[in-house]
Design a binder for this molecule. Sequence first.
Ligand SMILES: *[C@@H]1O[C@H](CO)[C@@H](O)[C@H](O)[C@H]1NC(C)=O
Ligand SMILES: *[C@@H]1O[C@H](CO)[C@@H](O)[C@H](O)[C@H]1NC(C)=O
Ligand SMILES: *[C@@H]1O[C@H](CO)[C@@H](O)[C@H](O)[C@H]1NC(C)=O
Length: 212
Amino acid sequence: MAQLLRGTCLVLPFLALSLAFPTSRSTLPLCNDIPQPCSCPAGATFENTTTYATIGAKARDIGHVTNDFFNTTWFDVVVIRTTGVDNVYGATRTFSIGDNATLTEKLIERAVYPDGSFIQRYRQNPVPAEVQKPAAEGGGTFVGYWETLTVTQTSVADESNVAYGAYRCNIGDPFDTVTFHVDSINYAIAALTSEGLLTGTNTAPYTIGAGS
Ligand SMILES: *[C@@H]1O[C@H](CO)[C@@H](O)[C@H](O)[C@H]1NC(C)=O
Ligand SMILES: *[C@@H]1O[C@H](CO)[C@@H](O)[C@H](O)[C@H]1NC(C)=O
Ligand SMILES: *[C@@H]1O[C@H](CO)[C@@H](O)[C@H](O)[C@H]1NC(C)=O
Protein backbone atom coordinates (compact mmCIF):
# COMPACT_ATOMS: atom_id res chain seq x y z
CA MET A 1 0.00 0.00 0.00
CA ALA A 2 2.78 2.38 0.99
CA GLN A 3 4.47 1.39 -2.22
CA LEU A 4 1.31 2.19 -4.18
CA LEU A 5 0.83 5.52 -2.43
CA ARG A 6 4.36 6.58 -3.13
CA GLY A 7 3.76 5.80 -6.77
CA THR A 8 0.52 7.78 -6.75
CA CYS A 9 2.20 10.76 -5.07
CA LEU A 10 4.75 10.85 -7.84
CA VAL A 11 2.19 10.54 -10.60
CA LEU A 12 -0.52 12.89 -9.34
CA PRO A 13 1.40 16.19 -9.37
CA PHE A 14 2.54 15.37 -12.87
CA LEU A 15 -1.03 14.69 -13.99
CA ALA A 16 -2.24 17.92 -12.38
CA LEU A 17 0.45 19.86 -14.19
CA SER A 18 -0.44 18.33 -17.55
CA LEU A 19 -4.07 19.22 -17.02
CA ALA A 20 -3.37 22.78 -15.91
CA PHE A 21 -1.11 23.69 -18.82
CA PRO A 22 -1.80 22.88 -22.47
CA THR A 23 1.02 21.16 -24.35
CA SER A 24 3.87 23.62 -24.72
CA ARG A 25 4.16 24.65 -28.38
CA SER A 26 7.94 24.20 -28.20
CA THR A 27 7.44 20.43 -27.81
CA LEU A 28 5.79 20.30 -31.26
CA PRO A 29 7.78 19.65 -34.46
CA LEU A 30 9.15 22.71 -36.25
CA CYS A 31 6.64 24.08 -38.76
CA ASN A 32 7.10 22.45 -42.17
CA ASP A 33 5.12 21.55 -45.31
CA ILE A 34 2.89 19.13 -43.41
CA PRO A 35 -0.13 21.12 -42.13
CA GLN A 36 -0.11 19.94 -38.50
CA PRO A 37 0.31 21.62 -35.10
CA CYS A 38 3.88 22.92 -35.06
CA SER A 39 6.35 25.26 -33.40
CA CYS A 40 8.44 28.16 -34.66
CA PRO A 41 12.22 28.68 -34.37
CA ALA A 42 13.31 30.42 -31.14
CA GLY A 43 12.40 34.09 -31.18
CA ALA A 44 9.52 33.73 -33.66
CA THR A 45 5.83 33.65 -32.77
CA PHE A 46 3.40 31.13 -34.24
CA GLU A 47 0.28 32.44 -35.99
CA ASN A 48 -2.48 30.45 -37.70
CA THR A 49 -5.48 32.09 -39.35
CA THR A 50 -8.06 31.06 -41.93
CA THR A 51 -10.32 33.44 -43.83
CA TYR A 52 -13.63 32.01 -45.08
CA ALA A 53 -16.02 33.40 -47.70
CA THR A 54 -18.60 32.28 -50.23
CA ILE A 55 -18.12 33.55 -53.77
CA GLY A 56 -21.10 33.62 -56.12
CA ALA A 57 -19.34 31.79 -58.95
CA LYS A 58 -18.50 28.27 -60.08
CA ALA A 59 -15.37 26.80 -58.45
CA ARG A 60 -14.08 26.14 -61.98
CA ASP A 61 -14.35 29.84 -62.85
CA ILE A 62 -12.73 30.89 -59.56
CA GLY A 63 -9.91 28.47 -60.42
CA HIS A 64 -9.57 30.09 -63.83
CA VAL A 65 -8.81 33.39 -62.08
CA THR A 66 -6.87 32.22 -59.00
CA ASN A 67 -5.37 28.78 -59.61
CA ASP A 68 -2.56 29.61 -62.03
CA PHE A 69 0.51 29.75 -59.77
CA PHE A 70 2.58 32.03 -62.03
CA ASN A 71 -0.30 34.46 -62.61
CA THR A 72 -0.72 36.66 -59.54
CA THR A 73 -2.70 39.38 -61.30
CA TRP A 74 -5.70 38.47 -59.13
CA PHE A 75 -3.96 39.60 -55.94
CA ASP A 76 -2.36 42.62 -57.52
CA VAL A 77 1.28 41.53 -57.37
CA VAL A 78 3.71 41.40 -60.30
CA VAL A 79 5.91 38.31 -60.57
CA ILE A 80 9.48 39.26 -61.52
CA ARG A 81 11.02 35.74 -61.76
CA THR A 82 9.86 32.12 -61.91
CA THR A 83 11.54 28.72 -61.84
CA GLY A 84 10.20 25.27 -62.72
CA VAL A 85 6.99 24.48 -64.58
CA ASP A 86 3.84 26.48 -63.82
CA ASN A 87 1.37 24.59 -61.61
CA VAL A 88 3.76 21.70 -61.04
CA TYR A 89 5.09 20.88 -57.56
CA GLY A 90 8.33 22.75 -56.86
CA ALA A 91 7.65 25.72 -59.16
CA THR A 92 8.70 29.03 -57.58
CA ARG A 93 7.59 32.62 -58.11
CA THR A 94 9.38 35.74 -56.91
CA PHE A 95 7.87 39.18 -56.51
CA SER A 96 8.92 42.55 -55.18
CA ILE A 97 7.67 43.73 -51.79
CA GLY A 98 9.03 47.26 -52.13
CA ASP A 99 12.50 48.83 -51.86
CA ASN A 100 14.85 46.04 -52.97
CA ALA A 101 13.18 43.30 -50.97
CA THR A 102 11.71 40.27 -52.71
CA LEU A 103 9.73 37.24 -51.62
CA THR A 104 9.92 33.81 -53.21
CA GLU A 105 7.16 31.24 -52.88
CA LYS A 106 7.19 27.54 -53.79
CA LEU A 107 4.18 25.48 -54.90
CA ILE A 108 3.91 22.46 -52.58
CA GLU A 109 0.51 21.03 -53.53
CA ARG A 110 -2.08 21.56 -56.25
CA ALA A 111 -5.11 19.50 -57.16
CA VAL A 112 -8.22 20.15 -59.27
CA TYR A 113 -11.28 17.90 -58.85
CA PRO A 114 -13.89 16.93 -61.49
CA ASP A 115 -16.45 19.46 -60.16
CA GLY A 116 -13.90 22.29 -60.43
CA SER A 117 -13.10 22.39 -56.69
CA PHE A 118 -9.38 22.82 -56.07
CA ILE A 119 -6.62 23.19 -53.52
CA GLN A 120 -3.39 25.15 -53.89
CA ARG A 121 -0.65 25.19 -51.23
CA TYR A 122 2.56 27.17 -51.30
CA ARG A 123 5.17 28.37 -48.89
CA GLN A 124 7.86 30.94 -48.48
CA ASN A 125 11.07 29.59 -50.02
CA PRO A 126 13.57 28.63 -48.76
CA VAL A 127 12.65 27.85 -45.15
CA PRO A 128 13.70 29.33 -42.87
CA ALA A 129 14.57 32.51 -44.74
CA GLU A 130 14.39 35.61 -42.66
CA VAL A 131 12.77 38.33 -44.76
CA GLN A 132 13.15 41.94 -43.76
CA LYS A 133 9.97 43.86 -44.39
CA PRO A 134 10.88 47.25 -45.94
CA ALA A 135 10.92 50.20 -43.53
CA ALA A 136 8.38 51.91 -45.80
CA GLU A 137 6.02 49.01 -44.99
CA GLY A 138 6.55 49.42 -41.25
CA GLY A 139 9.53 47.07 -40.76
CA GLY A 140 9.43 43.66 -39.08
CA THR A 141 10.59 40.25 -40.26
CA PHE A 142 9.25 36.74 -40.56
CA VAL A 143 10.83 33.33 -40.92
CA GLY A 144 8.43 31.17 -42.86
CA TYR A 145 4.78 30.93 -43.85
CA TRP A 146 2.63 28.24 -45.42
CA GLU A 147 -0.55 29.19 -47.33
CA THR A 148 -3.49 27.02 -48.39
CA LEU A 149 -6.23 28.17 -50.76
CA THR A 150 -9.16 25.75 -50.89
CA VAL A 151 -12.20 26.39 -53.11
CA THR A 152 -15.11 23.97 -52.89
CA GLN A 153 -18.05 23.90 -55.29
CA THR A 154 -21.35 23.88 -53.35
CA SER A 155 -24.63 22.28 -54.50
CA VAL A 156 -25.65 25.71 -55.82
CA ALA A 157 -24.21 25.89 -59.35
CA ASP A 158 -22.81 29.41 -59.00
CA GLU A 159 -21.67 29.37 -55.37
CA SER A 160 -18.39 28.11 -53.95
CA ASN A 161 -16.86 28.11 -50.49
CA VAL A 162 -13.42 29.61 -50.09
CA ALA A 163 -10.98 28.96 -47.25
CA TYR A 164 -7.68 30.84 -47.39
CA GLY A 165 -5.44 29.81 -44.51
CA ALA A 166 -1.91 30.51 -43.39
CA TYR A 167 0.34 29.37 -40.58
CA ARG A 168 3.52 31.30 -40.10
CA CYS A 169 6.40 32.26 -37.83
CA ASN A 170 6.54 35.97 -37.05
CA ILE A 171 9.26 38.21 -35.69
CA GLY A 172 8.21 41.73 -34.80
CA ASP A 173 5.43 43.19 -36.86
CA PRO A 174 5.35 41.48 -40.27
CA PHE A 175 2.79 41.62 -43.06
CA ASP A 176 -0.85 41.36 -42.10
CA THR A 177 -1.92 37.99 -43.58
CA VAL A 178 -5.58 38.43 -42.74
CA THR A 179 -5.81 41.71 -44.67
CA PHE A 180 -3.93 40.05 -47.55
CA HIS A 181 -6.42 37.15 -47.63
CA VAL A 182 -9.48 39.41 -47.48
CA ASP A 183 -8.07 41.71 -50.18
CA SER A 184 -7.19 38.71 -52.37
CA ILE A 185 -10.73 37.31 -52.13
CA ASN A 186 -12.12 40.72 -53.02
CA TYR A 187 -9.72 41.01 -56.00
CA ALA A 188 -10.91 37.58 -57.19
CA ILE A 189 -14.54 38.73 -56.92
CA ALA A 190 -13.72 41.89 -58.90
CA ALA A 191 -11.97 39.83 -61.64
CA LEU A 192 -14.91 37.39 -61.84
CA THR A 193 -17.35 40.30 -61.99
CA SER A 194 -15.49 41.95 -64.87
CA GLU A 195 -15.53 38.65 -66.77
CA GLY A 196 -19.30 38.29 -66.18
CA LEU A 197 -18.75 35.11 -64.14
CA LEU A 198 -20.16 36.34 -60.83
CA THR A 199 -23.85 35.41 -60.97
CA GLY A 200 -24.47 34.02 -57.45
CA THR A 201 -24.38 35.47 -53.95
CA ASN A 202 -21.21 36.35 -52.01
CA THR A 203 -20.87 36.27 -48.25
CA ALA A 204 -18.40 38.69 -46.68
CA PRO A 205 -15.05 37.14 -45.63
CA TYR A 206 -14.55 36.35 -41.94
CA THR A 207 -11.43 35.07 -40.21
CA ILE A 208 -10.80 32.67 -37.35
CA GLY A 209 -7.58 31.87 -35.52
CA ALA A 210 -4.72 33.89 -34.12
CA GLY A 211 -1.24 33.58 -32.74
CA SER A 212 -0.29 31.71 -29.60
C1 LIG B 1 -4.53 25.89 -38.05
O1 LIG B 1 -5.85 25.93 -37.55
C2 LIG B 1 -6.73 24.98 -38.16
C3 LIG B 1 -8.10 25.18 -37.57
O2 LIG B 1 -8.55 26.47 -37.78
C4 LIG B 1 -6.22 23.58 -37.89
O3 LIG B 1 -7.05 22.65 -38.56
C5 LIG B 1 -4.80 23.43 -38.39
O4 LIG B 1 -4.27 22.17 -38.02
C6 LIG B 1 -3.91 24.52 -37.80
N1 LIG B 1 -2.60 24.46 -38.44
C7 LIG B 1 -1.48 24.43 -37.72
C8 LIG B 1 -0.22 24.34 -38.51
O5 LIG B 1 -1.46 24.48 -36.50
C1 LIG C 1 -3.66 36.37 -65.64
O1 LIG C 1 -4.88 36.44 -64.97
C2 LIG C 1 -5.69 37.54 -65.40
C3 LIG C 1 -6.91 37.58 -64.49
O2 LIG C 1 -7.58 36.38 -64.51
C4 LIG C 1 -6.02 37.36 -66.87
O3 LIG C 1 -6.79 38.47 -67.31
C5 LIG C 1 -4.74 37.29 -67.69
O4 LIG C 1 -5.05 37.00 -69.04
C6 LIG C 1 -3.84 36.19 -67.14
N1 LIG C 1 -2.54 36.25 -67.80
C7 LIG C 1 -1.99 35.19 -68.39
C8 LIG C 1 -0.64 35.42 -68.99
O5 LIG C 1 -2.53 34.10 -68.42
C1 LIG D 1 18.27 49.21 -53.97
O1 LIG D 1 19.38 48.80 -54.72
C2 LIG D 1 20.05 49.86 -55.40
C3 LIG D 1 21.12 49.24 -56.32
O2 LIG D 1 21.88 48.28 -55.61
C4 LIG D 1 20.59 50.83 -54.38
O3 LIG D 1 21.24 51.91 -55.02
C5 LIG D 1 19.44 51.37 -53.53
O4 LIG D 1 19.96 52.19 -52.49
C6 LIG D 1 18.67 50.22 -52.89
N1 LIG D 1 17.48 50.76 -52.22
C7 LIG D 1 17.17 50.46 -50.98
C8 LIG D 1 15.94 51.11 -50.42
O5 LIG D 1 17.82 49.68 -50.30
